[in-house]
Each structure stands twice: as C-alpha cells, then as structure tokens.
Design a protein around this ligand. Structure first.
Ligand code: BES
Ligand code: ZN
Length: 890
C-alpha cells in the first residue's frame, strides 16, 4: 500500500505512454484467499513515445508469483540479469525489446482480505472488481492509465457450487464444466479496445432476471440483472429503466448499444453508487433493488437515474474515454448532463430541475466556497479518488447545459454528433470536446472555456430601473468571483442569463430592446442575455408599467444571483412567473430572507421573525392542484446548510436550526386547515405506481404533514402514527417516521423499535432507520449514534451502513456535527482515523464533511480545526485522507 504522498500529478506533465498494450489475455482462477491471475500482455513501443524509455508498470500491493518475457522466466532473485526490478507497487524493465513482445505475469490475490473494495474483492460470497480509477493495478502490473487501450479476453474459472455465474466484459465466447473437477470456466471477449479502469469480472451465486432489447438497427441485445437470490423481483424496475435509457439514447443522440449482452450485477459492498465497466456494470444494490415496501419514490427516481447514467457512459466514457484523469469531467460531467436530461424527460422537467439545482447548491456551491474548491478541469492532484466531486460532476454538467443554451439545440446536437464521430475509439480531452461545438456553432468558445479553468461560484448582481415617462426598463448586471485556493484573480465568465419581464397581474411581456443599450436579435429571440464582461447594461423599451424581472430562468447558469426585489415582487413571481423554476426560486428567496432576519434576531436574543404574507403565498400554491410534485418543492424550506451558505461567515448552526424550526412552526399554524385538507385530499387511492404523478402526490401530502406537525406536534404525531401503521409504501412509512423521530418522547422510541422489527433483514431499509436517527437535531443524538454503531445491523466495513449512520450525522445533522463542545468533530475525526486503515476512500469522503469549517463562528472554528489537525498529524495516513486533511487546512 502506498502510504506517503509523493509529488502531485500535474496536467502540464502529461506525456503519451512510451509503450502500448494491444492485447490483454487474463486467466483468473477464483479462490477466496488465493485467486491466481495470469496476465498475458502483448506490448509494443509507442511510435509516439520516447525510444529509450524504460517500461514501468503500475502495481499496488501485488504478490508476484512469476513473470516471463517472451516465454523466458525472469529470475526474481536476480533482477540484474534482466535489467529491471520489481516491488509490490511497480515492475520496471530498463531496456525492453523495441519490437512487440509478450509479458506473462502471475499474481496471487486475497480477495477476502481486500477491505478497500478496490481491485478484486468479495461482497458477501460474490467475487467482484472495481478498477476505476486505479484499481486494475491491484490485480496485475499494468500501464494503469486511461489512454492505454487494449482488447481483452478473459478466462474465468471457479468452483461451480461457489460461483455458477461467471461474467466479464464483452460477449461470452465459450464455457462449461472442467471434466473430472468440481470447477467450471467461462471465456469472455470484448472486441472494443478499452482502458484498464473499465475491466470487470464477477463470480458468484446470484439470482438473475433476463430481458431483451432490439436496437433500432435490429440487433438483439440480451439483458441480464443479477442480484442476491430471492430479490429478483426487486430488480424489475431497474430492468425497465435500462430499456427506457437504451431507447432514449437512440432517440435523442442516435446512439445504439454495441455488444450482444449487457449485464448489471448488484452487490451490497460498494464504495460508490455504480460503475460503467464495458458491458458489465457493477452497482451498489441500493441503486438496483426496489419494491414499494422497501424503496421510497426517491429511491425509484435514483435507480432510474443511476441505471441511465452508467448505461450512457457506454458512449460518453467507454467508446470515447479520457486521455488522463484531469479530463474526468469529459465523461462524468457530460454523462450527468445526459442523465439529468433523461430524468427530465421521464418525469416533470421543472421538478427535476429544482431537485438538480438543490443538489448543485448543497454540494457544489459549498465545495466551491471552501478550502476544497477546485477547477472542473483540475491541473494538479495528489489522490485522484478525491476528485470524484460535486464540482467535476454537477458543475461539469452545468457547463454543458450552458453551452447548449448559448449555441442552441441544433448546433449542440450537431456538435455531439461530431464528437461521437471524430473521437470514437480514442482517449480524448476537454479541448477535443469543445472544438466540436466551436465548429458546429461557428463560435469562438475560448472565453466560455474559462468555466473549466477557474473555480469559485460567480456572483451576479443585478439592479433594475423603470422609467415611467420613457416606458423603458434598464437592467444593470455586474459579475465577480471571490478568490479560491491558488486563484486570486478571476477573468469574467461567460454567463447566459435567461430572463423575462413579468407585469403584475398580466404575466410576461414581449422583450424589445432599446437601440442604445440593446441586446442582439439572437439574445432577444432566445430570451437569454450573455454576460461576458464584468458589467453589462440592457434597456428594454415599450414596457407598459413597472415590471418584475424574472432572472436566471431555469437556473441558466451555476451562479449566485442577487436582485433587490421587494417582498411584493417575490409574491408576484411565486404566483405568476411563467418559469416554474423561478416560481420555486422566488419562494426560496423569500424564505431565505425571513430566515436570515430570524437568525440575526435569535443571535441578538430576540424572538424569531414571523411573516403572514409568506404563509399566504404558500397557501396559494398549496391550493393549486396542477403539479403536486412542484408544489411539494415550493413547500420545502431551504435546508439548514442552505441558510449557512447564504450567511457565509460566522455561522451559528444552532441559531439557524431555531430560526428554521420557528418558521416551519409559524407556517404550520397559519396554514393548519389548508395543510390538513391537502393531506386528506391527496391520500393514495388505487393500486401502487412508482410513476412521477403518484410520487408527486405522495411528496406533497408528506410535505403537508411535515408542516402541519411543525405547527401542532400532538395532532401531527397522532396523524403520523396512524400513517406509519397503515402505510402501503416505504415513502409514506419513512415520511411518518421522520415526523415522529423529530418529536422527543416515548412515542418516538416505540415507533423506531416497531419500524426496526418490521424491516429487520432488509439492510437497505435499516439504512433509512440509521440515517433518520443520525439526523435528529438533539443533544442526545451523538450518544444514540455511538450506541447504534454497536447494533447488530451495523457494520463498520460496509460503506452503505457507514454512510447511513455516520455519514448522515456528519453531513445532515448541522447542529450535532457542529455541536458547540466539539464532540461531533472529535467523533468524526476518530471514525475517519479508524476507518482509514480499512477503507481510505470512504474515510476521505467522510472527512470532507469538514469542508465548510472556515465559515463557522470562532469557537466552533477552533474546535473543528483542532480535530482536522489531529487527523492530519496522525501516523501512517492513507494518501486519500492526508490529501483531504491537508487541503482542508491549507
Ligand atoms: N465512474 C463512476 C463510478 C466511480 C466513481 C468509480 C469514482 C470510481 C471512482 C460512475 O459512473 C458514477 O459516476 N457513479 C456515480 C453515480 C452517478 C449517477 C452520478 C456514483 O457512484 O456516485
Ligand atoms: Zn459516471
């Protein structure tokens, strides 16, 4: 294992590989503690590489059994005889042949002892692999970098009783029993050259469901999803989502699947959500398994999105891969953009947009505002595992969304076609990608590309002036961006601001600009103004009366926008804006204002602020029945973390919690009858459906219950208890339990116990039970979490259990993680240190919960820093945790 941080990897040091590996033949004999891997690598010098270069293969903790060069065994005791050396982490040949040669490497792997869940490991009794980003080097010595593409043939062998199912990438060529032994084998061949990070194998005893998809050119693809025995029916929704994703990529992008089979395997021990290995996606079972009794509507939506995401990688990631890991957003940002568009098409588009923006702000804006801020295309890294961030993923997706808005749908689609055409089969860069759109749009995208090179969230400040006599409305925009680590000065960003002018009582008016401070015809036609300098002024003419500007419609750019709208203006937008996103945004802005005012009052020792007008605006929304899912979003106040981010510095999480609770209580009381009526009206009737419409009704009904209970705890608890007892769906059960969990007393403990016993044996449901308890904003929660860690259903080595209990405490429980005595910080620091020895990747992610520590009030800041320093100073840290600790403190 690598323990010390060497030099960072730098983008500017990129060099083509000196050797290429055209063919990889793997022979894998599975065994619980001693799997034998024989790798036969066909290697040749890269004509573009250096002619005198040594061959340096990556390894990571490998146990080498033997190695041969063109059939000649190398004597490992006498490296001087073959001019090279070998350690568990590297194999070097100083002067390899200048013609194609074959290296045969035999390694032995203890998959059962692999707690890092990288390389070959076991989840329960299933053998599986995770190779992205640098896990293949834990299987054999290799040029483990994404620009080395090889054709793989894999022979797998195992005990038939232990692993009747043997899968790898590509198509199955042959297989069968091995006569006279209890073992069997299978051979898989993947005709598409791929980087090592996309390699996968699975061996195990699993239950399968099968289906078929016929591509539009008429090729039949066999689909298989493999899950724990007995859970086959819970994979049906994932299969349905897969077929919809396959059809969508054909319809929207003209992309067909390219192999005869597509397999998905669900495992219960997985560091991430899922992995796009060519033809053999491996999933965290949380993103495959769903039944109404175990999965919430949110789980169904996530399954649909993650299945689509990994499937879409087949073109954006696999057929076209990344030249190096600095280009990670080339595949991840683009594929998130694609899965967002898919989900928007499957469900309500404005509701999906709101959900995506909530995630962006909660995760990416927070990251961009703190010490871990980095470019969407970074230029250095210490540990690549720490760069699978909200910035690469979510902001990466937003950049592509902006590009589409700027160049228009037609040039965007043509640019994608050009990209698929030109870069297929290659390992590409962001520059290759952007060049395609520059060509199809005939635009210079140099300034736009700053989004990839500058970190930080731009601030756009807008101000408006209405001239009654001239009937003009003038908007002034300025943009700025605070310094971020390593970037003191920023160049202006190219920011598309979608906008409209709303006349109270009348709605949108047609945009006409003034000749003098005008917008281009193209801008007016699209309703999108482009900011590309520090300031811009736009004057609109023929404006009959003072309008309310609706700015950044659909959240057209990942920026913070301020506009001094009055509360009356906000109410106009909440009820009349034609843009759904901005109706929701106006309600959030209004709530945020009230909350900020209350926080100040609470900190000054005054009672929180109350406002009947806001409740009145919510009442109007609640009574509309057009889109319940949308209404549910409007009824959901900004989170405590959202408020903390708005405050930005000297944050007091307790005051925020009090302010938010007080506002919920006030709304609950003001709208008591309406909420109750909505709750009754929206009750589920008819058979269960996971579709967006039914889910939307459940969401609004549960949002109404939540606010109602905030206003009347006793009656609220009574309703919640009844809902919990009679719930036909996990959505309703967990929503009721959440209401009860936040009301101290015996009823809560009884309900939690009953829930546990009803779902014992369903780990994914017990995760919800852990998560809910970890998020209780009360002083006793830390002890509760510590006790739950001793519960028989908890497991220190299972990432899902860890994230549910400890991760939710650190990320969702603002008051208790940030407890004023530092106990939350100490607890998480201790867990990080203990977990680091087992699973550094998960430990490092947990440590990034400290990413906002600098914005806290002084006392907490001192305590958080002390905990971070303790982690940073610990002996034998993994590079993963050391990197996060050091950057957090820098
Ligand atoms: N390629 C990633 C999985 C991955 C991430 C592997 C980090 C190794 C290290 C995969 O495509 C992915 O992005 N998965 C996401 C879910 C997705 C819907 C955004 C994940 O695992 O969280
Ligand atoms: Zn991905």
């Amino acid at each position: 294992m690598r323990t010390d941080i060497a030099e960072p990897v730098r983008l500017k040091d990129y060099r083509v590989p000196d050797y290429l590996i055209d063919k990889v033949d793997l022979d894998v004999k599975l065994h619980p503690s001693a799997t034998r891997v024989l790798a036969r690598l066909t290697i040749r010098p890269n004509p573009q590489g250096r002619s005198d270069a040594a061959l340096i293969l990556d390894g990571d903790g490998l146990s080498l059994k033997k190695i041969a060069l063109d059939g000649q065994l190398l004597d490992l005791q006498k490296p001087e005889a073959w001019k090279g050396f070998v350690t568990p982490d590297q194999f070097t040949l100083h002067a390899p042949p200048r013609y194609p040669f074959v290296l045969e490497i035999e390694t032995e792997i203890d998959a059962t002892a692999n707690t890092r869940l990288m390389g070959l490991y076991r989840s329960g009794s299933v053998y599986c692999t995770q190779c992205e980003a640098e896990g293949f080097r834990r299987i054999t010595y290799f040029l483990d970098r994404p620009d080395v593409l090889s054709i793989y043939t894999v022979r797998l062998e195992a005990e038939l009783s232990e692993a009747p199912l043997l899968l790898s990438n590509g198509n199955r060529i042959t297989g069968g029993p091995i006569e006279g032994t209890p073992r069997h084998f299978a051979v898989w061949h993947d005709p598409y050259p791929k980087p090592s990070y996309l390699f996968a194998l699975v061996g195990g005893d699993l239950g399968s469901i099968f289906d078929e998809f016929t591509t539009r050119s008429g090729r039949k693809v066999a689909l298989g999803i493999h899950v724990e025995h007995g859970k086959e029916t819970a994979a049906a929704y994932a299969m349905d989502a897969l077929k919809r994703a396959m059809a969508w990529d054909e319809n929207i992008y003209g992309r067909e699947y390219d192999l005869d089979v597509f397999n998905i395997v669900a495992v219960s021990d997985f560091n991430m959500g899922a992995m796009e290995n060519k033809g053999l996606n491996i999933f965290n079972d949380k993103y495959v398994l769903a039944s109404p009794a175990t999965a919430t509507d949110m789980d169904y939506a996530n399954i649909e999105a993650v299945i689509a995401h990994e499937y879409f990688h087949n073109w954006t990631g696999n057929r076209i891969t990344c030249r190096d890991w600095f280009q990670l957003c080339l595949k991840e940002g683009l594929t998130v953009f694609r899965d967002h568009a898919f989900s928007a098409d499957m469900r309500s588009a404005p509701v999906r947009r709101i959900a995506d923006v909530r995630t962006l702000r909660a995760q990416q804006f927070t990251e961009d505002a703190g010490p871990l801020a980095h470019n969407v295309r970074p230029d250095t890294y210490y540990e690549i595992n720490n760069f699978y961030t909200a910035t690469i993923y979510e902001k990466g997706a937003e950049i592509i969304r902006m590009l589409k808005v700027l160049i228009g749908d037609d040039a965007f689609r043509k640019g994608m076609d050009l990209y698929f055409d030109r870069c297929d089969g290659t390992a590409a860069t962001i520059e290759d990608f952007i060049a395609c759109f520059a060509e199809t749009s005939k635009r210079d995208l140099t300034e736009f590309s700053r989004w990839y090179h500058q970190s930080g969230t731009p601030l756009v400040e807008a101000a408006g002036r209405y001239d009654e006599a001239a009937k003009t409305f003038t908007l002034d925009f300025t943009q700025s961006c605070k310094p971020t680590p390593g970037q003191d000065q920023k160049e202006p960003f190219v920011i598309p601001v979608a906008l409209g002018l709303v006349i109270p009582g009348q709605g949108d008016i047609a945009l006409r600009t003034d000749g003098h401070d005008g917008a281009s015809a193209a801008e007016i036609a699209r309703g999108v103004i482009e900011l590309s300098a520090a300031r811009r002024r736009i004057a609109f003419r023929d404006v009959p009366s003072r309008p309310v500007p609706s700015l950044l419609r659909g959240f057209s750019a990942p920026v913070r926008l301020t506009y001094p709208a009055s509360e009356t203006d906000l109410i106009t937008l909440i009820s009349h804006d034609s843009d759904g996103f901005n109706r929701w945004q106006a309600a959030q802005t209004y709530a945020t204002r009230l909350l900020l005012r209350s926080v100040d009052r609470i900190r000054a020792g005054d009672p929180p602020h109350a406002d009947k007008d806001f409740s009145g605006a919510l009442a109007v929304v609640l009574e509309e029945s057009t889109d319940p899912a949308f209404n549910a979003q409007v009824m959901t106040l900004p989170s405590e973390a959202d408020i903390a981010r708005e405050i930005g510095e000297d944050v007091d999480p307790d005051a925020i919690n009090l302010a938010r609770d007080a506002l919920r209580e006030a709304i609950g009381q003001d709208l008591k009858d309406l909420l109750r009526a909505a709750y009754d009206r929206l009750a589920d009737t008819g058979p269960y459906s996971p579709d967006a419409a039914a889910a939307g009704r459940r969401a609004l009904r549960n949002a109404a219950l939540d606010l109602f209970a905030a206003g009347d705890r006793i009656e609220g608890a009574r309703i919640a208890m009844r809902q919990l007892e009679t719930a036909a769906t996990m959505t309703d059960a967990i929503a009721a339990l959440a209401v009860l969990a936040h009301i101290p007393g015996d009823a809560r403990e009884t309900a939690l116990d009953a829930f546990y016993h009803a779902h014992e044996g369903e780990p994914l449901v017990i995760d919800k039970w852990f998560a809910l308890q970890a998020s209780i904003a009360e002083a006793g929660t830390l002890d509760r979490v510590k006790n739950l860690m001793k519960h028989k259903a908890f497991s220190f080595s299972n990432p899902n259990r860890m994230r549910a209990l400890v991760g939710c405490f650190a990320t969702l429980n603002q008051t208790q993680f940030n407890a004023g005595d530092g106990s939350g910080y100490d607890f998480i620091a201790n867990i990080v240190l203990e977990l680091d020895a087992k699973n550094p990747q998960v430990a490092a992610r947990l440590l990034s919960a400290f990413k906002s520590w600098r914005s806290l009030e002084a006392n907490r800041r001192i305590l958080a820093e002390r905990a971070l320093r303790r982690v940073a100073g610990a002996a034998s840290l993994s590079p993963d945790v050391k990197d996060i600790a050091e950057r957090s403190l820098a």
